[in-house]
Write a protein that binds this ligand. Structure first.
Ligand SMILES: [Zn+2]
Ligand SMILES: [Zn+2]
Length: 149
């Protein structure tokens, strides 16, 4: 099976997000840029609160509302993937902004991207079997990470 090299460097993701924002005439403030950097670099799927904590270190006057607005904007532009949970905060992936499977540790709440591409084949198979037009999918594996076992 061909290995999908979908893990683009953070720098490249930041550039992609920036050009998308510019296309839509959004002003790039230093705070917004800081949010993009956290989202593009983080493999940990941060919550808005976690992004806020990081951005606040460099920009102490940043408000949580600013972070929310920027994340929502990027979500609307399909530049960030939102993972909602019935309990607990939504988590965000700006590194891979398209549907992909996640491994979720129920103890430390860590979320990681497993390196597998069989899910795309699965989506194709489901389409073939059911005639369903699949627009998106969400696959979460819950369990305990190595550190928490
Ligand atoms: Zn864990
Ligand atoms: Zn992810």
């Amino acid at each position: 099976m061909k290995k999908r090299s979908d893990s683009v460097p953070a720098k490249q993701r930041i550039d992609q997000m920036l050009s998308k924002l510019k296309d839509h005439d959004f002003r790039i403030t230093p705070q917004r840029l800081a949010v993009l950097k956290v989202l593009a670099a983080s493999e940990g799927h941060p919550s808005v609160e976690q992004i806020y904590e990081q951005v606040k270190r460099r920009f102490p006057t940043t408000s949580l509302a600013t972070i929310y607005k920027t994340v929502t904007l990027l979500k609307e532009l399909n530049e960030v993937l939102e993972l909602g949970f019935p309990e607990g905060s939504n988590r965000y992936d700006g590194h891979r902004p398209y549907p992909h499977p996640h491994l979720i540790c129920t103890k430390c709440k860590k979320i990681i991207d497993p390196d597998l591409n069989s899910l795309e084949d699965l989506a194709k198979e489901v389409t073939k079997e059911t005639g369903f037009q699949i627009t998106t999918h969400r696959v979460d594996f819950f369990g305990l990470c190595r550190e928490c076992q």
